[in-house]
Write a protein that binds this ligand. Structure first.
Ligand code: BG6
Ligand code: MG
Length: 217
């Protein structure tokens, strides 16, 4: 199916800003405290996935069983470390080409939204001074179903008033590409083609795309 693209939806972590490394560092610290090793490769499974689902996957990797209460406590501990990292962030951590591409879309009158699983999305957007840039911000505080469920992207398209098939989704996570595909959207993988092979197209970063290039497929 071909897509006429009239709007864009961006994931935040790993697409607009380099927070994926902080999520990894915080989860790795939790794993270390619980006595097991957690590799970058295993971390791919956590990308794009909600905080609680990430914790479940991590515990599965470590072969650890936690009570409901311990789960809540472990997730809160991880988030505390993560927030310490992001509170030190500044605009220098916006990924190469991201701001330029958003500016190009804005100048061309193309609406664009944020579609992130993170409950910290607004905090990050404020740190990097992009909190006013998006037509709509759908984040982990607004959705009930985690990626690969398409809810977050469908809500973003809905809030922009654009049919799903006319939206291009930019994602660095396998679960996010899956969510975009299930939502009937055009998907652009941002990162490793080996991981993101299901996407319609894969680019190394937002520096490698322009609006004229995207709209012509
Ligand atoms: C996603 C990240 O954007 O947000 C995941 O890719 C993360 O790794 C998820 O688990 C939830 O983030 P937060 O900030 O609500 O813990
Ligand atoms: Mg991401």
């Amino acid at each position: 199916m071909s897509h006429e693209i009239t709007a864009c939806i961006f994931d935040l972590d790993g697409v607009i800003v380099d927070t994926a490394k902080y999520h990894y560092l915080a989860w790795r610290r939790l794993a270390e405290e619980l006595g097991f090793e957690f590799t970058q490769e295993q971390n791919e499974r956590l990308k794009g996935v909600s905080r609680m689902r990430s914790l479940e996957i991590l515990m599965e990797i470590g072969g650890i069983q936690l009570s409901q209460e311990e789960h809540q406590e472990a997730a809160a501990r991880k988030n505390q470390w993560y927030v310490q990292y992001i509170d030190e962030m500044d605009r220098s951590e916006i990924l190469p080409g991201a701001e330029e591409f958003l500016e190009e879309l804005r100048a061309a009158g193309v609406p664009f939204a944020l579609g992130s699983a993170s409950k910290n999305a607004m905090r990050i957007l404020r740190r990097i001074e992009l909190d006013q840039a998006f037509s709509a911000v759908i984040d982990g505080t607004k959705v009930s179903k985690a990626k690969p469920d398409p809810e977050v992207f469908l809500m973003a398209a809905g809030e922009m008033g654009i049919p799903a098939e006319n939206c291009a989704v930019f994602e660095d996570a396998e679960a996010g590409i899956e969510a975009g595909l299930r939502g009937g959207m055009y998907t652009v993988g941002v990162g490793d083609p080996g991981v993101l092979h299901k996407a319609h197209r894969v680019i190394p970063g937002l520096h490698a795309i322009s609006w004229s290039d995207l709209r012509s497929g």
